[in-house]
Design a protein around this ligand. Structure first.
Ligand code: SF4
Ligand code: SF4
Length: 449
């Protein structure tokens, strides 16, 4: 009874703290401008099923893709066992699902144990790739400090959680194979489930288990509590980690851009201005409409995270920091300052900072900083060729180029800070209707040469 109460308190606290942080992330994402992604729902569901559930983009690198599939499938399916642990914890039962599934239950546990081993193999190889092979994209300059450690912490956590599961099953297996009269004499009759056979993997750990029933019971209960508390800690670690993509990959792929990658959106603020210029009845000196006297004019482009749209902000929280984008970016590959992964990491860091400012000082607080310049330098932005190779490579359909373009738009339209070569092009377009330095009347001169 007492253990059930303690369990319920831990579970409720874990879920409450997690839900609160998720609420903060949702609030932060909604600081972005609105964008309509409610069209073509069938296509969106299919994209989500293919990319988030089917991991289709991961197959571009088959070995890493297969290992990621082990970890992903293992982690999702093993959580069915966590559901049983939760119900056992609440009701004080032992392996509740056995009473419903009978011997089929043991087959499922065997399957979970194989998955747990695959997860352990997966995270071990991932660790070796990072720490021994030192694949360059995991060691580039933005992957220092927290970014590097976060990736490692999650590998350790998954390794330890899967190990605890196998240790729990090993101890439980010995208990369940103990004659019923001995279990009853030790007050452990709920372990008498009539296990006939051995678990697929944890049977190899039973040789490490003590013979004493009390000691076995302590190991089984210790691993059980360790596993569930570990999962609660893991759950609450997720929103602070790049591994939050486990959850956000689904909405992020659902709301991904369906238009061709290179298609640019028109800025509503610019469209309005142009429409007014072409409207002969428009009065450029007209007073603003009633109630909108104090309205701040909308920015052209983006200077800070609030100028981006909510999907771009969701992208930043979904980024797995895998570096696939940076590894194919022609600007990065030719030694320029630009890294699309850093663009996403900077956007998330700045958004977190803005969110914390709001929590501490209220919604109108201005810390005098911005995404542009304080996090991302113009030099990075102008290195982009807008080839969209980054978006194509991204396993969760993130669009770093759209953020780069919006920041550039701000630089050009609000600060007049384009590279000098581009300023000449803009002037030519304005004067000649083409990027070249020739008058429109001279366009066909080539035919006389
Ligand atoms: S669009 Fe820009 S950031 Fe993305 S890969 Fe091309 S050059 Fe790099
Ligand atoms: S944007 Fe996509 S490809 Fe780039 S690091 Fe993030 S998840 Fe990986």
């Amino acid at each position: 009874m007492i253990s059930s109460v303690i369990f319920i308190i831990i579970l409720a606290a874990g879920i409450y703290v997690f839900a609160k942080k998720v609420g903060v992330i949702r609030r932060n994402i909604l600081l972005g401008k609105d964008i309509d992604r409610s069209d073509r729902k069938d296509e969106r569901w299919k994209t989500m099923a293919r990319v988030a559930m089917g991991q289709s983009k991961m197959s571009a690198r088959p070995v890493a893709g297969l290992l990621h599939l082990f970890v992903y499938v293992g982690f999702i399916l093993i959580n069915i066992e966590v559901l049983e642990i939760i119900l056992d914890g609440i009701f004080g039962t032992h392996r509740l699902f056995h009473s419903v599934l009978g011997d089929f239950y043991f087959m499922i546990i065997n399957f979970f144990e194989v998955l747990a081993v695959l997860v352990i193999v997966g995270v071990t190889v991932f660790w070796i790739r990072r720490m021994v092979v030192k694949i360059p994209r995991f060691w580039s300059k933005e992957m220092k400090g927290w970014a590097k450690n976060d990736a490692l912490y999650i590998l350790y956590i998954e390794f330890v959680l899967m190990s605890a599961l196998l240790i729990m099953n090993a101890a439980d297996q010995v208990l369940m194979a103990t004659p019923v009269d001995q279990l009853e004499a030790a007050g452990l009759s709920k372990y008498a489930l009539g296990l006939d056979g051995k678990f697929a993997v944890s049977q190899f750990l039973t040789g490490l288990m003590p013979e004493n029933l009390d000691a076995l019971h302590y190991i089984e209960r210790g691993a059980w509590w360790f596993h569930i508390i570990g999962i609660m800690l893991f759950l609450n670690y997720l929103p602070y980690s790049k591994h939050f993509h486990i959850i956000l990959a689904f909405p992020n792929t659902f709301y991904a851009k369906l238009e061709p990658k290179t298609e640019l959106n028109n800025l509503e603020s610019v469209t309005k201005e142009v429409e007014m210029m072409f409207d002969p009845s428009a009065d450029p000196y007209a007073a603003p409409p009633a109630g909108a006297e104090d309205a701040v004019p909308e920015r052209f482009g983006a200077k800070d995270v609030q100028d981006l749209n909510w999907k771009q902000l969701m992208d930043s929280y979904t980024c797995t920091e895998c570096g696939r984008c940076t590894s194919v970016c022609p600007a990065n590959l030719t030694g320029k300052l630009l890294s699309p992964r850093k663009i996403m990491m900077d956007t998330r860091d700045r958004l977190e900072e803005v969110g914390q400012n709001i929590d501490k000082n209220g919604a109108d607080y201005d810390d005098g900083k911005s995404l542009l310049n304080d996090y991302i330098k113009p030099e990075e932005l102008w290195a982009c060729t807008t080839c969209n190779a980054c978006t194509e490579a991204c396993p969760v359909l993130i669009d770093p180029a759209s953020i780069i373009i919006d920041l550039r738009r701000y630089l050009v339209m609000e600060e007049s800070q384009g590279p000098s070569e581009l300023n000449a092009v803009y002037t030519n377009i304005e004067n000649n209707g083409a990027p070249w330095q020739f008058a429109q009347a001279d366009r066909l001169n080539w035919k006389d040469e």
